[in-house]
Design a protein around this ligand. Structure first.
Ligand code: DQA
Length: 145
């Protein structure tokens, strides 16, 4: 199964940004973690990160016909971007939302997730493990199809 993992703005700053919330591991560490998890699970994974909303929309659109599923942490765009929601709906690929932190216990403005409305499942507050859980979910979902 070919899966595209998309990370949004400021996730490239992992390890530096608010370590009390996001931990001390870096974005490079996250890439390694996803690579190892994908190998264990037998998934073919490509990772993409951008700080730009339109680039994230472009990547989602480009996934159509190429990937079998999407794992997405839209970061701050989770709470603002109808464009990312529409792109996920447009390609209609099975998608899973991931957040490193437990957004449900954070500020009021983080309580809405537009992208999540087009996702089959959300994993939030599990740190990097949420990405592996999302890969497992997509593999199980594909097997059940
Ligand atoms: C985040 C949560 C978002 O609210 C925040 O804007 C992020 C990261 C997370 O992974 O916990 O940048 O998506």
């Amino acid at each position: 199964m070919k899966i595209l993992v998309i990370n949004g703005p400021n996730l490239n700053m992992l390890g530096i940004r608010e370590p009390e919330i996001y931990g001390r591991e870096t974005y490079q560490d996250l890439l390694e973690y996803i690579k190892t998890s994908a190998a264990e699970l037998g998934a073919d994974v490509t990772c993409y990160q951008s700080n730009h909303e339109g680039d994230l929309v472009d990547q989602i659109q480009a996934a159509y016909g190429v990937y079998d599923g999407i794992v997405i942490n839209p970061a701050a765009y989770t709470h603002t971007s109808v464009a990312i929601l529409d792109a996920l709906k447009a390609v209609s690929l099975p998608a899973v939302e991931v957040h490193i932190s437990k957004v449900s216990e954070r500020e009021a403005f983080r309580q809405i997730s537009y992208a999540g409305m087009a996702c089959k499942k959300t994993y939030a507050g599990f740190g990097f493990a949420g990405y592996k859980m999302a890969l497992e979910f997509l593999l199980d979902f594909e097997r059940a199809e």
